[in-house]
Ligand binder design. Structure first.
Ligand code: ATP
Ligand code: MG
Ligand code: MG
Ligand code: MG
Length: 470
């Protein structure tokens, strides 16, 4: 009776096909010919060259459902109702074709006529200076002014350094007081989960130059992004994205393996949601050719996988369990992403091997970390030395972020600078041990260099991105 996630995806693409959009399937999670980004984090990301006018799109109107990973949201997963590291983004795009009027009108038509969302629960935000968008919402769509919120640059203006940029307008659904922070003045833009943001419409209409000046673009673009899990969460009237029809399958399996009931203890629920999310991210990443590694994309994969393994331990799961969850991921996503089915055995194998590698050291590593913490307590210190964090990394396979996270849960920190020095020392030792021959080591081969560069770029992009949306 309730519309499933897979049906919402089809409906969206069908709707925009009926508006003469060319429907393209999802691009890989791994950016192609784009060094500025580690992983695809929005529907527009793989189409950047179309927006910049560097490549010609197959059509001036396109629609996609894009696999996305946002590692910047990792700490939100399981704590908020609405964030995953992996999610699917529905999007319609105009490359110098239609603009604000159509974007808003079609968006509204889709959610109210095709999805039949109750109109009185819908709110919108616009950029404070964007009277054009404000008037379209007010006059053409007829939204009462008290549900149109003007927000500043941080929330409703999209830009990355120089280049095409512009205001955006976002659509929110009011899920009611029980999801709210209860504070006075809670409205769309508030970080709580009452007004859930689900669709961002970006109007790229300016070019920003080096001097920070904005000039109107000759070809104005539309770039929208709607989180598929979020709209499913709203449509299915469940508390979090982890309880929608598809994700619930995975979640239930996690509960079964761990012999835990969902909804009983918040601490367990968080771990269950984290595993549910991370196993999807991990499966899709491997499906797109990423392998566990200590750098770049491979590090993201390793970190997610080991983080999921650790939450398995917190739930009391003994032994390996992650590769068994892949069947569940494929059950709900295989139809839309057939490469998952094709590569099923491969994906399971990589996860199995990586989990096995970590399994041999995780328990020992966790108990050593506990000893370190006890010692910090005795010595009344707040920071773990880089040397010790490096030992956990080097001997027990603990990614630095995992160590940091476990410590932060108990209000401790890590001396990251000295950790990095240890890492550098080790690399130098390895280099010296090899002598001065010309052969490249694995650390120095071309690919790992690219990954290191990517990672540096990635941090910068991601910081901007968290301010600028999409
Ligand atoms: P939020 O403010 O909730 O973190 P956002 O403003 O960062 O979202 P956008 O960059 O505007 O998100 O991305 C477009 C859409 O993608 C969002 O409106 C939302 O529906 C979806 N989305 C963004 N991040 C996530 C995530 N981590 N998990 C699931 N869906 C997401
Ligand atoms: Mg965000
Ligand atoms: Mg947004
Ligand atoms: Mg937002």
């Amino acid at each position: 009776e309730k519309m499933g996630l897979n049906e919402i995806r089809s409906k969206f693409l069908e709707f925009f096909e009926s508006k003469n959009h060319y429907v393209e399937s999802s691009f890989s999670l791994v950016p192609q010919n784009d060094k500025s980004l580690l992983l695809i984090n929005a529907g527009m990301a793989p189409m950047k060259n179309y927006f910049m006018g560097l490549d010609t799109p197959p059509s001036k109107r396109m629609a996609t459902c894009q696999k996305c990973i946002r590692t910047g949201d990792i700490d939100n997963v399981g704590l908020t109702d609405r964030h995953g590291t992996f999610f699917e983004m529905l999007g319609n795009f105009s490359f110098g074709d239609y603009f604000k009027n159509e974007s808003i009108e079609w968006g509204w038509e889709f959610i109210t006529k095709w999805l039949k969302l109750p109109i009185d629960k819908l709110w919108v935000t616009v950029y404070e200076e964007d009277d054009e968008a404000y008037d379209i919402w007010k006059d053409k769509i007829g939204i009462p002014e008290e549900r149109i919120v003007r927000l500043g640059k941080d929330d409703n203006f999209w830009e990355i350094g120089t280049g095409p940029c512009g205001p955006c307008s976002e659509i929110f659904f009011d899920r009611g007081e029980k999801y709210g922070c209860g504070l006075d003045g809670c409205k769309p833009g508030c970080e709580c989960d009452r007004y859930i943001e689900f669709w961002n419409h970006v109007f790229t209409q300016f070019n920003r130059d080096e001097k920070g000046e904005y000039t109107p673009l000759a070809n104005k673009n539309i770039d929208t992004g709607m989180g598929l899990e979020r709209i499913a969460c709203i449509m299915q009237d469940v508390d979090t994205i982890f309880e929608i029809d598809t994700l619930n399958h995975i979640l239930t399996k996690v509960c079964k393996i761990s012999d835990k009931e969902y909804g009983k203890l918040r601490k367990n629920d968080i771990s269950i949601r984290i595993i549910t999310d991370h196993i999807r991210a991990v499966s899709f990443l491997i499906g797109d050719g990423v392998l566990p590694n200590n750098e770049g994309r491979g590090y993201v994969l390793r970190r997610l996988l080991r983080r999921a393994a650790r939450h398995g331990r917190l739930l009391g799961i003994k032994g390996k369990f992650l590769s068994d969850l892949v069947d569940e991921v494929i059950l709900v996503s295989g139809e839309a992403y057939p490469t998952l089915i094709e590569r099923k055995d491969y994906i399971k194998k990589i996860i199995f091997v990586e989990e096995e590698r970590f399994e041999q050291t995780i328990d020992q590593g966790l108990s050593i970390l506990k000893e370190y913490v006890d010692q910090l307590l005795i010595e009344n210190k707040k920071e773990l030395s880089g040397e010790r964090a490096f030992k956990l990394y080097d001997t027990f396979g603990f990614p630095l972020d995992l160590t940091k996270e476990i410590l932060e849960e108990q209000n401790f920190s890590v001396d990251v600078d000295s950790f990095n020095r240890e890492m550098e020392n080790q690399k130098n030792r390895a280099r010296n041990a090899r002598g001065n021959d010309d052969e490249l080591s694995w650390e120095e081969d071309l690919f790992s260099q690219v990954d290191i560069e990517d990672e540096i770029e990635f941090i910068g992009y991601n910081n901007l991105n968290s301010e600028c949306k999409i």
